[in-house]
Design a protein around this ligand. Structure first.
Ligand code: HEM
Length: 412
């Protein structure tokens, strides 16, 4: 049975980009489980959590879609077969698109590299990078907080985390932006495919060189930690896997973390009382970052395919279905959060779903939250008060990531 109602998920609705939350509320209240755009759409926290935790579901639908798209578009595009094959391999080597048992192996080999040791080493350098960018913004009297801080900081931190030269940042950002379309293969066109393939080949060639030097001469960076990782039975990542894992680190981590900084800053600038609470006591920052993730989640949507029936509170999703999980809607569910539309940086820790949940829960969550903490701290301790200084615009290039595109700010 599906809950009936006249509302249907429609991300093309005018106004959805700027504020999807009224639409999500209507869906939660009138059609919390319904079919739209060829999939089952879930908006309640309890239902989304059930599916995220259900180990019978599959994440393999995106690599299948990538294969279908490259088979369909490939013949008409001037792309070498080897490059096309690598696109498919990248999708299939990604943790986020790999089902068990392959997922368990990859997670065992990569999870620890993102752990406290790597983060502990990274924190002082991330703090210094955040201070540099925030100070430059202050000296300029303001600017675009996305172009001047939210975008460059995660790029600097990830480049540093992987031990790659700062001079590569421009290339890394451009390659990542092209390759990100693999997360949303439906948006890929024949005209894009040569650029995507070229970006992936260039990224991989650069990283293969770095991996070869790290194998000989390991450092303290994430790439060296990934190269050294072993499962209990001695399995390890081969060079191509290592390169693809590093590429996916950028694809999964760059624009999401930038969106956390941009959306989080936007939320604080439009709720100055909450920003004042943080300025008065920066020890609140870790809890505040969790609240900002809940309040305006960077990754709004994710997908699963069911392999058997999944009973939910008021409906049953059949086997063989595609399911769209609206994380952004679940994070505003009044059944899960008191006054969900209120930004409250003093909120007790909540079970937000911004980093997912269960087997595929975000491996970079601690890293992304660290970047947000140091960025907000660097801005809050500056003299003067940061204010919005013009109209905000929202990114248009993604259906799954919600991020401020332009955030004009000034110090008063
Ligand atoms: C604010 C920033 C971020 C957000 C909101 C975010 C969100 C998420 C979410 C919701 C998932 C689960 C997807 C699903 O279950 O379908 C996920 C998985 C993942 N994230 Fe993140 N992420 C962020 C930053 C990062 C960073 C910085 C990295 C890498 C350094 C990263 C790497 C990954 C990986 C590898 C997975 C797949 C994990 C698995 O399947 O086992 N993410 N992320």
């Amino acid at each position: 049975m599906t809950a009936s109602g006249t509302v249907r998920f429609n991300p093309f609705d005018p106004g959805f980009r700027a504020d999807p939350y009224p639409h999500y509320r209507a869906l939660r209240e009138q059609a919390p489980v319904h079919r739209a755009l060829g999939q089952w759409v879930l908006t309640r926290h309890a239902d989304v959590t059930v599916v995220l935790r259900d180990r019978s579901t599959s994440v393999g639908l995106i690599p299948d879609l990538v294969d279908r798209q490259t088979e369909r578009l490939g013949p008409a595009a001037p792309v070498a077969p080897g490059s096309l094959a690598r696109i498919g391999r990248l999708a299939r080597t990604s943790l986020v698109f790999t089902d068990a048992p392959g997922h368990g192996r990859l997670r065992a080999l990569t999870g620890r590299a993102f752990g406290p040791r790597t983060l502990g080493a990274l924190r002082p350098r991330a703090t210094a990078a955040a201070r540099r960018l925030a100070t430059a913004l202050r000296l300029a009297g303001g600017g675009d907080a996305v172009a001047d801080l939210a975008a460059p900081l995660p790029l600097a931190v990830l480049t540093d985390a992987l031990g790659l030269p700062p001079a590569l940042r421009g290339d890394l950002a451009a390659w990542t932006h092209r390759i990100r379309f693999l997360l949303e293969p439906g948006l890929l066109t024949a005209a894009d495919l040569p650029d995507v393939a070229a970006a992936l080949d260039a990224f991989a060639a650069t990283l293969h060189e770095v991996v070869a030097t790290r194998r000989r001469d390991p450092g303290e960076d994430l790439l060296s930690a990934l190269a050294a990782a072993r499962t209990p039975d001695g399995d390890r990542l081969d060079d191509e896997e290592l390169v693809l894992v590093a590429i996916m680190t950028f694809v999964a981590g760059l624009e999401t973390t930038a969106a956390l900084l941009g959306n989080g800053l936007h939320a604080l600038l439009t709720h100055p009382d909450q920003a004042a609470l943080l300025r008065a006591d920066p020890r609140r920052l870790p809890a505040a970052v969790a609240e900002l993730l809940r309040f305006d989640s960077p990754l709004q949507l994710t997908r699963r395919a069911t392999t058997r029936e999944i009973p939910l509170a008021d409906a049953v999703v059949p086997g063989g279905a595609q399911v769209l999980l609206c994380l952004g809607a679940a994070n505003r569910d009044p059944e899960a959060f008191d006054d969900p539309d209120v930004l409250d940086v003093t909120r007790a820790p909540t079970a937000h779903l911004a980093y997912g949940r269960g087997l595929h829960g975000c491996v970079g969550a601690a890293l992304a939250s660290l970047v947000a903490e140091v960025a907000l701290h660097a801005l809050l301790v500056l003299p003067g008060t940061l204010r919005l200084d013009g109209p905000v615009s929202w990114q248009e290039h993604s259906r799954i990531v919600r991020g401020v595109a332009r955030l004009p700010v000034a110090f008063r």
